[in-house]
Design a protein around this ligand. Structure first.
Ligand SMILES: Nc1ncnc2c1ncn2[C@@H]1O[C@H](COP(=O)(O)OP(=O)(O)O)[C@@H](O)[C@H]1O
Ligand SMILES: [Mg+2]
Length: 615
């Protein structure tokens, strides 16, 4: 329950709505209680008139009008309450979702290393839906029924206390029996969800890589495995539903017995003259009013259990520690009443890069050590790169080249040592400033769905069309975009799947070009491409590297031979640093690679591959 209260506290700005809903509930309950009372007046009046007395037909008309007014008011109020409940739930959902998203965006890379994308998304969906659905049902139904039940108990008690006592027993008894049923039901629900999650997870994976499935002719097996999960879910549902309905017979059976007692009392007291006919009609109506909440109660117990579980997994994520100096620091609530786009516009300007104007090398590692876990990947790395210098990293596959790039971008923090950019210790710079100084092209283009123009301007949304086209031309994007019917407005599909690998990579180069950061990092930017695409992309990269400090991880010795200096890594340490000419004759890794390439036998080529180098 605590976690649900916490969810409500998270969205404190909704307090006026919570109050509005409670007020509406009180009024709804009051108006629905007036109906039995007016029917009682009418019945007593009719009985009196049949007996020759009473106050005449006019009185009955007035009571009928009273009934109309009360019922109309009830109709309007329930809809006002419903409106408040719906909008409160959606706002709560928007607030909780936005906070979850902003929390995730601010978590360190390490967190994502251990989480499946599907899990992160499912958790958001399931837990938030469960919390908001519960609160919506709760606010729309719980308060009105609670107040009704309270009033019915008081009124019934004022007529004859055993009536109230019997009614009073019903609620805890029914709730207790429901909780008893619910435990096993929940366990089965959990089993069922596990099967559905497995089926759903695989489903998404298969559809996402449908080409592989088709080429290995695995459609039948994939479908059969999917059906198996659903078969298991159906079997579990049989057991679950059987149990639930069996227990429901017991629960409602006992309820029927108690109501039997209540009816007996009402009939007997009326026949004995203790209640008027009107009293009897009113009490019967009120008992009927009190009956619905009993059913409601079991539903609420049930959905509250879901919501408690949901909010627990929500807060598990919310309690993760954010990246220090994160771009999105504290988790904040969205301004739901601002016009669309206002927040994005307000947060546009990237802060000016402090430190870059200081003197000193473009960037430097000083005695940096790092490991993802226990094992050290990089040990006591020290080097400095001058402004405008091009430097290449060479190591065996898995030797720590990408890790070094990750550290430079502040995706992970070094275990020891200092990384400086423009002479400033990056540990003292906000991460968005660190990253605003670095442009990256990865092996995988990593585009987003949307248009080509949107992808090129991803790091610079305010760029003019001419600046965008200039970058595109220099990156050799323009040549193929010109042939597309919709040009830069063409949609590229999920992760750019409508484009070839070379086209995607050239867009990634244009994107880095438009960012115009002083430091450029190329991590195997061309190694996933065929040789024609590679030449086109390489031409773009050469443009991009002009006048920039570049850190290059390349898969061709020809590319590596054009840099100013090479750093070779061996066993996580720097083996050598020097110009290509120096290292060619020093007998180190680079010299060995050159020799292997020159020899060109099959065995040598295999050896080259261990260095991520293509002959
Ligand atoms: N996110 C990660 N979590 C744990 N270990 C990792 C992670 N990324 C890389 N590694 C490990 O760190 C080592 C260096 O990897 P990497 O820097 O990617 O090498 P390279 O880019 O030189 O091929 C490898 O042994 C790899 O298995
Ligand atoms: Mg790598």
């Amino acid at each position: 329950m605590n976690s649900i209260l916490r969810a409500l506290r998270e969205a404190r700005e909704l307090t006026p709505r919570y109050v509005g809903i409670i007020c509406a509930s009180v009024l709804i309950a009051a108006t629905s209680l007036l109906t039995p009372y007016l029917t009682k007046l009418a019945t007593d009046e009719v009985v009196a008139q049949v007996g020759g007395g009473g106050r005449g037909l006019g009185m009955l008309v007035w009571i009928a009008v009273g009934l109309l007014v009360v019922e109309l008011a009830n109709t309007v109020l329930s809809n006002v309450g419903g409106y408040l409940g719906d909008t409160m739930a959606m706002r709560l959902r928007a607030i909780l979702s936005s906070r979850y998203y902003s929390k995730l965006l601010g978590l360190p890379q390490r967190y994502f290393d251990t989480q499946l994308t599907g899990t992160v998304i499912n958790r958001l969906h399931r837990s938030i839906t469960e919390i908001t659905q519960f609160l919506q049902t709760f606010s729309n139904n719980f308060f009105p029924t609670l107040i009704t039940v309270g009033a019915v108990l008081v009124i019934a008690g004022s007529y004859y206390w055993p009536l109230a006592l019997l009614l009073f027993i019903v609620y805890p008894l029914f709730t207790w029996l429901t909780a008893l049923t619910s435990r096993r039901w929940q366990k089965l629900e959990h089993e069922k969800n596990a099967e559905l999650d497995l089926a759903g997870g695989r489903f998404a994976e298969v559809i996402g890589q449908i080409r592989v499935v088709k080429s290995f002719v695995r459609e039948r097996q994939e479908l059969a495995a999917f059906d198996d999960h659903y078969r298991a879910a159906v079997a579990t549902t049989h057991r679950q539903s059987h149990w639930w309905h069996l227990m429901d017979v017991a629960r409602r059976g006992s309820l029927n017995v108690i109501f039997f007692g209540i009816y007996i009392i009402i009939f007997w007291r009326t026949a004995a003259g203790a209640f008027t006919l009107g009293d009897m009609v009113m009490l019967l109506q009120m008992i009927a009013l009190a009956r619905t909440p009993v059913m409601m109660m079991s539903y609420l117990v049930d959905s509250s259990q879901h919501a408690i579980a949901g909010s627990r997994s929500y807060f598990e994520v919310m309690d993760e520690l954010p990246e220090p100096r994160a771009t999105i620091g504290e988790v904040r609530s969205p301004d739901l009443d601002a016009p669309a786009g206002a927040e994005a516009a307000a947060s546009l300007p990237v802060p000016p890069a402090r430190g870059w104007d200081a003197a000193g090398p473009a960037f430097a590692f000083e005695d940096v050590s790092f490991g993802y876990g226990e094992d050290c990947v990089l040990k006591r790395i020290s080097f400095a790169v001058a402004r405008g210098e091009r430097i290449a990293l060479v190591s065996e596959s898995g030797g720590g080249k990408t890790t070094l790039v990750n550290l430079l971008m502040g995706l992970y923090r070094p275990d020891a040592g200092t990384i400086l950019i423009g002479g400033v210790d990056t540990a003292t710079m906000p991460l968005d400033q660190v990253r605003s100084l670095i442009g990256v092209v990865f092996q995988d283009a990593s585009l987003f769905s949307g248009t080509i123009a949107e992808n090129i301007t991803y790091g610079h949304p305010g760029a003019s069309a001419s600046a965008m086209e200039k970058a595109a031309t220099r990156a050799n994007v323009h040549e193929f975009v010109a042939k597309l019917r919709e040009g830069y407005a063409s949609q590229i599909g999920e992760r750019g799947l409508k484009l070839s690998g070379g086209q995607k990579q050239r867009i990634a180069v244009a994107r880095a070009m438009l960012k115009d950061a002083p430091i450029l990092v190329l991590d195997e930017a061309t190694s996933a491409l065929d040789s024609r695409s590679e030449r086109l992309v390489q031409a773009g990269l050469d443009e991009l590297m002009a006048d920039r400090t570049s850190l290059i991880i390349a898969h061709r010795l020809s590319t590596i031979s054009t840099v100013d200096r090479i750093i070779t890594l061996r066993d996580g340490r720097i083996d050598e640093i020097g110009t290509p000419d120096e290292l060619a004759t020093s007998g180190g890794i680079y010299a060995e690679l050159l020799a292997l390439q020159a020899a060109g036998t099959k065995r040598d080529r295999r050896r080259l591959q261990r260095f991520d180098i293509t002959a």
